[in-house]
Design a protein around this ligand. Structure first.
Ligand code: ADP
Ligand code: XUL
Length: 540
């Protein structure tokens, strides 16, 4: 008898399923629904819609629901043994909020197998779109909440993060201020993760501590909703939020809708969902200190396992709950894959050509340097997008290709210093981690080895690992994280990209230069052009 587990990941651009077989330690099925391509009637671009200006970015909860039904339908049509699945867990893009009215839970309990999920759930939404992590339109609300909580330091002490534009609390406050009637008609506010879990469960599912920490509403120490934060955000908010749960909680059995319509086993367990970054932490096997992961997905993130709570009082970094019950640190960039794609599209090249061009230019880019704010940026905070180029222009193909990659990793190195530990090894994941040439620049800038895996779906894999762990623990066949991770991930087989020691000093100097340009542009610092000329003289 095979023990199968399903990990789902509802990310910015796609919904992915990984079916894993614990006994063979293998992923036996992968399927992904791309929102733009497979559900074109929502007219999303890269899974999102831009409302008004570049700061208001939403997506459609019904699109995620339709994707879920489509995905499971395809699994059934392909005769995947879904009746053998023991447990399911999932992952969602973090921070996004879904607003539902009083019909939601009743509708979930009475779902009709003859009708589609989306058509039945449409009347239960009190807001048809969801603000997602790319939205940066809540600066006013962030300031109001922060002030109410006693300023930057006390906010970070309480919540593990500063108030941040994309986080759920400020987004909820904006909705309450701008659409008071719709807010009052909202009975429950879910995260993407708990919304998707609720549909599978057939009733409201809790939010886990990993994703809950990305809301500006959860006390980072007690891991409970914080009354002061709730009050500073919107009235009667506590009654509109699901409960909070440990990341290994079994939340119930799969809803009869999925059992009757698709043939799942009625005994299929559901494990609480979490955010994509906490899931990825476990999905790449990060359960110890000294190593960090860099995820190059729609967002670029840099994160690591924390045994103890460790806060960034500068306010750029975040602390979330980790799937192990400990903590994780994280910084997140909006100018990730989509910014790299801007350069790729500008010169009409594919990723192979992008790599070739990257390799033609030398490390240090002949002293050409970019500040890559194609979109509003999170770290450092840049609300009005603008790309700054020093020593080259937008028509210089080599300058731009190397310029963006070096800028992204230099910024990551600069802004991750609060975490304290210098990583000896970096685990790379996400769509762009398949690109070895991009990864070589990461290794050189950080002067660290980078491990590339033969899978990039670390969030879905992490969700499957959490399903494995919770299921076996509940059956008293306890398995350690180490055992589960090593059962599936063959670390020997992963590719190791080594830093080229020739460039240690060059990138140290370039980091200094990058910092000066950031200060020059963002904090009206001194113009560092002379230092850049010195850099060119020294290395080129
Ligand atoms: P998410 O999970 O956030 O939706 P993924 O981790 O699936 O995103 O990553 C998708 C991104 O990966 C695409 O937007 C694309 O830019 C990038 N990508 C895919 N292949 C390559 C490649 N060979 N080189 C660089 N980037 C790539
Ligand atoms: C993390 C963040 C993004 C999203 C989407 O704080 O905003 O990484 O989780 O991937």
């Amino acid at each position: 008898m095979r023990d199968l587990f399903l990990g789902l990941d509802c990310s910015t651009q796609s919904l992915t399923a990984l079916l894993v077989d614990y006994n063979s330690g293998k992923v036996i099925y992968r399927y992904s629904i791309n929102f733009d391509k497979d559900l074109p009637h929502y007219k999303t671009q890269n899974g999102v819609i831009i409302l008004g200006d570049s700061q208001v970015i939403h997506s459609y909860p019904l699109m995620w629901v339709e994707a879920l039904e489509l995905l499971i339908k395809r699994m059934k049509n392909e005769k995947i043994p879904i009746n053998k699945i023991k447990a399911i867990s999932g992952s969602g893009q973090q921070h996004g909020t879904v607003y539902l009215n009083s019909k939601f839970e009743r509708t979930l309990k009475e779902l009709d197998v003859k009708k589609s999920l989306a058509s039945q759930l449409e009347p239960t939404l009190s807001r048809h779109t969801s603000p997602i992590w790319m939205d940066s339109s809540t600066t006013k609300q962030c300031e109001e909440i922060r002030k109410n909580l006693g300023g930057l330091i006390s906010t970070i002490e309480l919540l593990g993060s500063n108030t941040i534009e994309r986080f759920s609390g400020p987004q909820i406050r904006k909705f309450f201020q701008e659409k008071i009637n719709d807010y009052n008609n909202t009975s429950i506010i879910h995260l993407v993760s708990s919304f998707m879990a609720s549909i599978l469960l057939g009733k409201n599912a809790p939010i886990d501590h990993g994703d809950g920490a990305g809301m500006n509403l959860m006390n980072i120490r007690t891991k409970l909703w914080d009354d002061r934060a709730l009050e500073a955000t919107a009235p009667n908010l506590k009654e509109k939020l699901p409960s909070l749960a440990h990341p290994f909680t079994i939340i119930g059995k799969l809803s009869p809708f999925f059992v009757d319509k698709f043939g799942f086993n009625p005994d299929t367990n559901l494990i609480v969902w979490s955010g994509d970054n906490p899931n990825s932490l476990i999905g790449v096997g990060l359960i110890e200190r000294g190593k960090v992961a860099v995820s190059l997905g729609t967002s670029d993130t840099y994160f690591g396992y924390l045994h103890d709570l460790y806060l960034d009082f500068q306010g750029e970094g975040h602390v979330f709950g980790a799937p192990t019950g400990d903590y994780m640190s994280l910084i997140c960039y909006k100018n990730g894959s989509l910014a790299r794609e801007r350069i790729k599209e500008r010169f009409n090249i594919n990723w192979e050509q992008f790599s070739e061009i990257l390799n033609k230019s030398p490390p240090g880019n002949n002293g050409k340097l970019m500040l890559p704010y194609f979109f509003p940026e999170i770290v450092p905070q840049v609300l009005k997008p603008q790309v700054y180029r020093f020593g080259f222009d937008e028509n210089d193909i080599e300058g731009n290709v190397r310029g963006i990659i070096e800028a992204q990793f230099l910024s990551m190195k600069l802004h991750s210093q609060w975490i304290g530990e210098k990583p000896k090894e970096i685990y790379a994941t996400g769509g762009a981690s398949t690109n070895k040439d991009i990864i070589q620049v990461l290794a050189n800038v950080f002067n660290a080895r980078v491990r590339i895996f033969d899978f990039t779906d670390s969030a879905a894999l992490g969700a499957a690992f959490r399903a494995v762990k919770s299921f076996y623990d509940s059956e008293k066949k306890i398995k350690s994280w180490h055992e589960i991770i090593y059962n599936f991930i063959d670390f020997e087989k992963s590719i190791m990209v080594k830093p080229d020691k020739k460039y240690i000093e060059l990138y140290r100097d370039m980091l200094d230069l990058y910092k000066k340009y950031e200060e020059y542009i963002l904090k009206s610092g001194k113009n560092p052009d002379l230092s850049r000329l010195g850099f060119i003289k020294k290395y080129f």
